[in-house]
Write a protein that binds this ligand. Structure first.
Ligand SMILES: C[S@@+](CC[C@H](N)C(=O)[O-])C[C@H]1O[C@@H](n2cnc3c(N)ncnc32)[C@H](O)[C@@H]1O
Length: 262
C-alpha cells in the first residue's frame, strides 16, 4: 500500500499565515519530516505524528526518507517554512522521486511502480517576500525578481550576474538568504552592485522574523541599509526607480511601487 506525500508550506511564522489546507495536511499526517526548527514551527498537533528531524543541509536524504515512509503507506508531511517551492523542500522531493524512478526502473525490480504509486502533492504557503511586503505597504506592486544571495548551491559569479541584470532591468528585488556567518561579505557586495543602477535614496525594506513574535521591519534608503542588523531570518525588498516611500501622520513609513510605469 503506498501512501501520500505532502510537501507543506508552513508560511513564514505563526498559524495566522498558514493556509487551512496546510493545517489539514499536518493534522492528518502520520509522519512529519523536516529541519528541526521547522518541525518546532508546526507546534502541537491533535494526533501527534512521528517526527523525523534532520540537519538543514540534508535535503536529498530527507526527501528519500519521506518517500520511503510514503511507500510504506504513511501519510507523510515534509515541512518547509514559507512556500515549499521557493528555495525549499519541494524541489528536493520531486528531484529524488525522478531519480528514484529512473534508477529503480533500470534495475527492473518493480520498485519504479512502487514509487510511482505514491500520491505526491505540494501545498503552497505564504512566502517571506509577500509577507514582508504586506508589512511595509505594496513594494511588489510592479514586476519583481526573487534572488537568493547564498552561494552555497550556486557560484557567486552567477549571483552577481543575476543581481546586475535584474537591477539593470529595473526590477524590484526580493533578496533571500542575505547573510550568514559563512557568507559575511556577500550582502555588502550585492548592495554595491545594485547601487550602480539605483539612486542612493531608493527605498529598501528590511524585514526580520515576519509572522513571528520577534517580527521587525524598517524602511531605509539604499545607502543606509543596516547590514549589522541583518541575519538569515531577514528578507530585503529593494525598490525600483519608481518605488516610493512616505511617512504617515502616525509616523509609520509606507513603501509602494505603482502599477503604472512611466
Ligand atoms: C532557504 S530560504 C526559504 C524560503 C521559504 N521557503 C519561503 O518561501 O519564505 C530562507 C530565507 O527566507 C527568508 N525568510 C524565511 N522566513 C522568513 C521570515 N519569517 N522573515 C523574514 N525572512 C524570512 C530569509 O531570507 C531566509 O534567509
Amino acid at each position: 500500500v503506498s501512501g501520500r506525500l505532502s510537501v507543506v508550506g508552513l508560511g513564514p511564522g505563526g498559524e495566522g499565515l498558514r493556509t487551512p489546507l496546510a493545517s489539514k495536511r499536518l493534522a492528518e499526517a502520520t509522519d512529519l519530516v523536516g529541519y528541526g526548527p521547522y518541525l518546532d514551527q508546526v507546534g502541537v498537533l491533535p494526533a501527534e505524528p512521528r517526527r523525523h528531524a534532520s540537519d538543514n543541509r540534508q535535503e536529498s536524504a530527507r526527501a528519500r526518507v519521506a518517500i520511503e515512509l510514503a511507500c510504506r503507506g504513511g501519510r507523510v508531511a515534509v515541512v518547509s517554512s514559507g512556500d515549499p517551492g521557493v528555495f525549499a523542500m519541494a524541489t528536493a522531493v520531486v528531484e529524488e522521486l525522478h531519480r528514484g524512478l529512473e534508477e529503480r526502473g533500470e534495475g527492473g525490480d518493480g520498485g519504479a511502480e512502487r514509487w510511482a504509486s505514491i500520491e505526491l502533492e505540494i501545498i503552497p504557503g505564504v512566502t517571506a517576500a509577500t509577507a514582508a511586503a504586506a508589512l511595509v505597504g505594496a513594494p511588489l506592486g510592479h514586476d519583481f525578481c526573487v534572488i537568493s544571495l547564498s552561494d552555497v548551491l550556486k557560484p557567486w559569479e552567477v549571483v552577481e550576474g543575476r543581481l546586475s541584470a535584474a537591477a539593470g532591468a529595473d526590477f524590484v528585488l526580493a533578496l533571500y538568504n542575505p547573510i550568514s556567518s559563512q557568507r559575511p561579505w556577500q550582502l555588502g557586495r550585492a548592495l554595491d552592485l545594485i547601487g550602480a543602477h539605483r539612486r542612493a535614496s531608493t527605498p529598501v525594506a528590511v524585514v526580520k522574523d515576519v509572522g513571528r513574535p520577534a517580527e521587525w521591519a524598517e524602511v531605509v534608503s539604499l545607502d543606509s541599509v543596516p547590514v549589522e542588523k541583518i541575519d538569515m531570518r531577514t528578507v530585503l525588498l529593494v525598490g525600483s526607480s519608481t518605488t516610493r516611500a512616505f511617512v504617515s501622520p502616525v509616523g509609520r513609513v509606507w513603501m509602494y511601487t505603482p502599477r503604472r510605469y512611466p
